[in-house]
Design a protein. Structure first.
Lengths: 362, 257, 233
C-alpha cells in the first residue's frame, strides 16, 4: 500500500502529487520532466517535500505536520537507479552485501543465495563493476537493493541506458521478481511498452501533477489522457489466454472474448494468462470483411469513440467483445469510409506487429 | 575497510610514540657558541665527553642570532659570545645565571684572500683596499650586528677606509659564511679572525689589523639562568681550566688570564 | 665516498621522523578541510580557501616568524601550551614538524579536494538508500574513492616537509640532533671549511628521497585507481 501526498518546489518546477496505489508493481508513467523521478526521490528520502505525507505499507516515512522525516538510511526503501551506480572500488559480491550488513538479522527476509539465483549473478561475484556490461550492472543493482531488505523497491527507468536485447533480458528478471517475491515495486518509466508489460496499476504524471490512477489496461488506452501518455505510442492492452500453439509455422493463438489473435510463437503454456499490447498505428479498419489479404487478425467490433482533433491523423476507439481497441487512421480514410460512432467495422492487426515485446505475462 | 582501520591505528601509534618524546633533550649540556669557535669547541667537547661522560651538543651561529634565540627561550645552558655587547644584551635582560660570567678567549682580526691570491697589500691608515678590490666584493659578517663584522667596520673606519669600500661589502650571515665566500674565490678579500684563517686552507692571511684599530676582541662565556644541568657548570669550569689550554692554543685562540 | 657516517644517519632519521609526524598529524585535519571545501558552500568559503593556500605563496621565513611570535615560549599560544600542558614547540623537533606540516598543508588539501570533487555524489546517495548513515558512507565509500588524492597529497606534503628550511630555521633554530633536519644540515656544512663533500653527499640523499617519494606517490595512485575501476563518470 503506497500513499503519497506531497507538495514540493524544485527550482521553478512545482510538484503536487497525490495518489494511493496497491499492486505488486505500480507504474509511474509520464513524459520526461513530468516529475516521476522527483516523486521517488521524495519517497526514498533523498529530497524533502515542503508539505504532505508519505506512507508505505502502513509505515509513515514522512509527515510534515507531525515532524516525521526519516533519513534515507532508515526508510528501508530499495532504489535501483537508471545507471546502476555500483560502487566501483568493490567487487560485485561486496556491492551486493553492502546493505545487508547494515540490517539486523530479524529484518532479513531474503538472502544472498536466493538473490544470486534469481538474477543469475553467480558468475560475476568476484568481478569489478567496470568489467560488467550494462545489463549485468543493472542486475547487480537490483540484487544490491534487494539484499538491503527493503519494504518496497523503487526502479527509476532501469532499462533506459540499455540496448534492446538487454532490455528484454532485464524485463524478464523483473517479472520473475514480481512473481517470486512479495516486495511491492514502483516502476518509473516513460516507455509505454515497459509500463504495459510490467505494471498492474499505473499512476500517470503530467507537469508535476497526478492526472490518473488506475488499472493499466484501462488507463493506458484512455483517449483523454493522450497528452500525458503521448500520441506516438498510443495503443491498447488486451488480456488474453493462450489457446493453442501451432508448431508447424511457429504461431500462437491468443483467445479473448472478442475473438482470437495470431501472434508469433509465445513462450507460455496453454491456458496461461498473457497481456497483448496492440499499438494504435498497427490497427487498420475495414467496413467489409477483406479477402485475399495477408493480415491474419480480423476482429469484428463497434466504433465507440472518434478523436478527430487537428492534423492528418485521427484516433478511433472500438469495442471488440469486452476489450477496447485503439486504431489510428488518416482523416481522409475517416471521411471516405464514413467512420462514425456505433458503426460495425473490422479491425485488422498484422500478426507480425505483435512481436515478443508486445506480449507480456500477467 | 580493514586497511583503513590499520592505517588509523598505526598513525595513532606513531603519534603516541612521537609525542612521548617531549621530555628532556638527549644532551647533558647545550652550548650556543659563536661560529668562529667551531673546530676548537668541537675538540673541547670531545675531550670533555671523554673525560666526564657527559654528552655535549653545540649550536654554532652568529652571536647576535644566538643571543636572540636565547632571549626567545632557546634551551641553551651555556653561551659563548664573540663580543661583550651580545653577552651584555642577555645580562641586561637578566637571562644569565648570576656570578657565572667570565672572559674566556682573545682573538685577532685579519684581512684574508683566497689561497691563490698573490696580494701584498699592507694595512695602515688609508690603505689602498678599494683599489685592490677593484670591482670585487669585500666579504664580511654583517657589520651592523655580527661581532666579526662590527670589529671589521670599526677597524676600517678608524683607518679611514670604510666609506670607500662600504658599497662593496658582501654581508654574510656569520664570519664563517664570509670565510667560505673568500675560500671559494667569490670575493677577492674578506675580514675574519686569524683563527678562521687557520682553520681553512682555502684562504691566506694578507695582513693583520692593528689591535688599536678596533675594540679588544674578547669572548665572554656564561651560564644561562634557566640552565638546570650540573654538567653545564662542569663544562664552564673546564673551558677555562689549564686542561683546556692546549686545545685553545692549537686553534690559535689566546686565553684571558 | 658511499659510506654513511652515524652522524649522517642521525640527520636522516631526524628528517624522516619530522616529516612523517608532520604528515600523519595534519592528515585528519586536511581531510576535514578538503571535505568542507569540496562539498559545502558557506559564507567566507573563499577566505578559508585563501588562508589554507597561504603557506604555499608566503615566504617560508614569514611563516617561521609568525610561528615564533605565536608559539614561542613567550608567545600568547606558546606560553599557554607550556604552562598548562607542558607542550613546547619552539626549538624542539615538534616545532620542526609543525613548520613542515604548515608548509605542506595546502598541497595535501588541494590533492584531497580534487579527489573528493571527482566522486559522483549519487554513489553516496545510493549507499545511503542501502542503509548507510552519513558517517558510514563517508568511511566506506567516500574515503576509499578519494584514496588516490589522499595518497598524492600525503606524499607531496611529506616531500615538501623533508625539504622545509626557511620556516624551520626561523622557528626552531639549528640544533644538531634535535632540529637539524637535512636541509639545515646541508646549509650548515656549506659554511664549514672542507664541508663541501658532506654537503654534496647530503644533497644527493635529499634528491634521492624526493624522487622516491614522488615515484611512490605515482605508483600508489595508479594502483589504487586500478583497484577502483576506471569507469567514472
Amino acid at each position: 500500500m503506497i500513499d503519497v501526498d506531497i507538495d514540493q518546489r524544485l527550482g521553478t518546477f512545482h510538484l503536487a502529487v497525490r495518489f494511493s496505489a496497491d499492486a505488486p508493481i505500480v507504474g509511474l508513467f509520464g513524459r520526461s520532466g513530468a516529475g516521476k523521478t522527483s516523486v521517488i526521490n521524495a519517497i526514498a528520502g533523498i529530497t524533502t517535500p515542503a508539505r504532505g505525507q508519505i506512507c508505505i505499507g502502513g509505515v509513515s516515512l514522512f509527515d510534515a505536520a507531525k515532524g516525521i522525516n526519516l533519513p534515507p538510511e532508515e526508510r528501508r526503501v530499495g532504489y535501483v537507479f537508471q545507471d546502476a551506480l555500483l560502487f566501483p572500488h568493490m567487487d560485485v559480491r561486496s556491492n551486493l552485501l553492502y546493505g545487508q550488513k547494515l540490517r539486523s538479522p530479524e529484518d532479513r527476509f531474503i538472502d544472498e543465495a536466493r538473490v544470486v539465483e534469481l538474477l543469475g549473478l553467480d558468475a560475476m561475484l568476484r568481478r569489478k563493476p567496470n568489467t560488467l556490461s550494462g545489463g549485468e550492472k543493472q542486475r547487480v543493482a537490483i540484487g544490491r537493493a534487494l539484499l538491503a531488505q527493503p519494504r518496497i523497491l523503487l526502479m527509476d527507468e532501469p532499462l533506459a541506458a540499455l540496448d534492446v536485447p538487454r532490455k528484454t533480458e532485464i524485463l524478464d528478471y523483473i517479472e520473475r521478481l514480481r512473481d517470486e517475491l512479495s516486495i511491492p515495486i514502483v516502476y518509473v518509466s516513460h516507455s509505454v511498452a515497459e509500463i504495459s508489460r510490467l505494471a498492474d496499476t499505473v499512476v500517470i504524471l503530467s507537469d508535476g501533477k497526478c492526472v490518473a490512477v488506475g488499472d493499466v489496461d484501462e488507463v493506458m488506452g484512455r483517449l483523454d489522457l493522450r497528452p500525458a501518455t503521448g500520441r506516438y505510442e498510443a495503443g491498447s492492452l488486451i488480456e488474453t489466454k493462450v489457446a493453442a500453439h501451432h508448431v508447424e509455422d511457429q504461431l500462437t493463438t491468443l483467445a479473448f472474448d472478442g475473438g482470437e489473435l495470431f501472434v508469433p510463437q509465445v513462450d507460455a503454456s496453454i491456458g496461461e494468462r498473457v497481456r497483448a499490447r496492440i499499438r494504435a498505428r498497427d490497427v487498420s479498419l475495414a467496413t467489409q470483411r477483406p479477402e485475399g489479404i495477408s493480415i491474419l487478425n480480423v476482429l469484428a467490433g463497434c466504433i465507440t469513440a472518434v478523436d478527430a482533433g487537428a492534423g492528418p491523423i485521427v484516433d478511433v476507439q472500438l469495442a471488440v467483445g469486452g476489450a477496447t481497441l485503439n486504431a489510428r487512421i488518416t482523416r481522409r480514410s475517416l471521411q471516405q469510409l464514413g467512420i462514425h460512432v456505433g458503426q460495425n467495422v473490422y479491425a485488422l492487426v498484422k500478426a507480425v506487429s505483435l512481436d515478443q515485446r508486445s506480449v507480456g505475462y500477467a | 575497510m580493514r586497511s583503513l582501520c590499520c592505517l588509523l591505528c598505526s598513525m595513532a601509534l606513531v603519534c603516541f610514540a612521537a609525542g612521548s618524546a617531549t621530555g628532556a633533550y638527549a644532551a647533558d649540556a647545550m652550548v650556543f657558541a659563536a661560529a668562529s669557535l667551531k673546530e676548537a669547541m668541537d675538540d673541547q667537547a670531545r675531550q670533555f665527553e671523554a673525560g666526564t661522560g657527559n654528552k655535549v651538543t653545540i649550536v654554532y651561529g652568529a652571536s647576535n642570532a644566538l643571543a636572540k634565540q636565547i632571549e626567545a627561550g632557546a634551551p641553551a645552558d651555556i653561551f659563548l659570545s664573540a663580543d661583550r655587547e651580545w653577552m651584555d644584551y642577555l645580562d641586561q635582560r637578566h637571562l644569565l645565571a648570576p656570578g657565572t660570567r667570565y672572559s674566556l678567549l682573545r682573538n685577532t682580526l685579519v684581512l684574508i684572500a683566497p689561497a691563490s691570491s698573490k696580494s701584498t697589500l699592507k694595512i695602515g691608515p688609508n690603505f689602498a683596499l678599494a683599489a685592490a678590490l677593484g670591482q670585487g666584493k669585500l666579504a664580511m659578517a654583517n657589520p651592523d650586528s655580527v661581532p666579526a663584522g662590527k670589529y671589521g667596520k670599526a677597524a676600517l673606519e678608524k683607518l679611514g677606509v670604510w666609506s670607500g669600500v662600504e658599497k662593496q661589502v658582501a654581508r654574510a650571515e656569520n664570519v664563517r659564511a664570509a670565510l667560505v665566500l673568500v675560500a671559494r674565490g667569490e670575493a677577492p678579500f674578506g675580514i675574519a679572525y686569524s683563527t678562521d684563517a687557520l682553520a681553512d686552507k682555502g684562504v691566506r692571511v694578507v695582513d693583520t689589523f692593528p689591535p688599536d684599530s678596533h675594540p679588544a676582541i674578547v669572548y665572554p662565556a656564561a651560564a644561562i639562568a634557566t640552565a638546570k644541568s650540573s654538567a653545564a657548570k662542569l663544562l664552564l669550569d673546564y673551558l677555562r681550566s689549564s686542561a683546556a689550554r692546549p686545545v685553545w692554543e692549537k686553534y690559535g685562540f689566546g686565553m684571558v688570564q | 665516498m658511499l659510506g654513511i657516517s652515524p652522524d649522517e644517519v642521525g640527520i636522516l632519521a631526524l628528517s624522516l621522523r619530522v616529516a612523517a609526524v608532520s604528515v600523519i598529524c595534519s592528515l585528519p585535519l586536511a581531510i576535514l578541510v578538503a571535505y568542507g571545501l569540496a562539498r559545502f558552500s558557506f559564507p567566507g568559503k573563499t577566505l578559508v580557501d585563501a588562508i589554507v593556500h597561504l603557506p604555499l605563496v608566503l615566504p617560508p621565513v614569514v611563516v617561521g616568524f609568525a610561528l615564533l611570535l605565536l608559539l614561542g615560549k613567550h608567545g600568547p599560544v606558546g606560553s599557554v601550551l607550556d604552562e598548562w600542558f607542558g607542550i613546547v614547540f619552539a626549538f624542539r623537533w615538534t616545532g620542526a614538524a609543525l613548520a613542515s606540516a604548515l608548509m605542506g598543508f595546502p598541497l595535501m588539501v588541494r590533492a584531497i579536494r580534487l579527489s573528493l570533487e571527482a566522486i559522483d555524489q549519487r554513489i553516496e546517495i545510493a549507499a545511503r538508500t542501502l542503509g548507510g548513515s552519513r558517517l558510514w558512507v563517508f568511511a566506506s565509500i567516500t574515503l576509499p574513492l578519494a584514496l588516490p588524492g589522499i595518497i598524492t597529497g600525503t606524499l607531496l606534503s611529506f616531500a615538501r616537509g623533508l625539504g622545509e628550511f626557511g620556516a624551520t630555521i626561523t622557528f626552531v633554530s639549528n640544533i644538531p640532533g634535535e632540529t637539524q633536519t637535512l636541509p639545515l644540515a646541508i646549509y650548515t656544512f656549506t659554511q664549514v671549511p672542507g664541508g663541501d663533500a658532506l654537503a654534496l653527499r647530503l644533497s644527493v640523499i635529499a634528491v634521492v628521497l624526493s624522487l622516491v617519494a614522488l615515484a611512490t606517490s605515482e605508483w600508489l595512485t595508479r594502483r589504487s585507481q586500478r583497484m577502483q575501476g576506471n569507469d567514472r563518470r
